[in-house]
Design a protein around this ligand. Sequence first.
Ligand code: ADP
Ligand code: MG
Length: 154
Amino acid sequence: MNSLELKRGNKYIINSLDELNDFAENISFKINKGTTIGLIGEIGAGKTAFIKKLMPKFGVFDVIKSPTYTIVSQYETDNFIIYHTDIYRINDEDELYNIGFEDYFGRNSLVIVEWVDMYKDYVKELSLKYIELTIDVDIKGVRTITITDFDMEE
Ligand SMILES: Nc1ncnc2c1ncn2[C@@H]1O[C@H](COP(=O)(O)OP(=O)(O)O)[C@@H](O)[C@H]1O
Ligand SMILES: [Mg+2]
């Protein structure tokens, strides 16, 4: 995978964590401040694995796990603040609002949302730029990552 074109409907077959790393590196060049990355996929699909590969491209090397219970992990880089959120356990939009979710979005942040499909309209409304990746995994463990939404107009 040499160059990656961000286009809705594009699919990438990922056979291993090394290939996931290549994918993460390629997509990292397309991601900048003010972007939201929405991730969709069942438990075990590889949402967090993708984030763990992506974060070092921005200089963050200490991603431990999904913030399923804590909802958000925050990382400061030289260029921007990254919010890694997992909204699986959120019950409604009011709860998201009450934890200050809306404050994560802005020109100097990169927001990554695991389980974005639960509150997609709300997340998209808050986002300046939006990339959505849906991860499917087959019985052999081969992943397909599809760009299911893409909205990058400034
Ligand atoms: N592309 C991949 N190749 C091999 N193993 C993977 C891949 N993506 C994820 N995994 C493995 O699958 C398991 C579940 O992944 P995880 O990222 O925790 O899923 P999710 O966050 O979607 O629930 C982890 O052990 C992870 O290392
Ligand atoms: Mg996870």
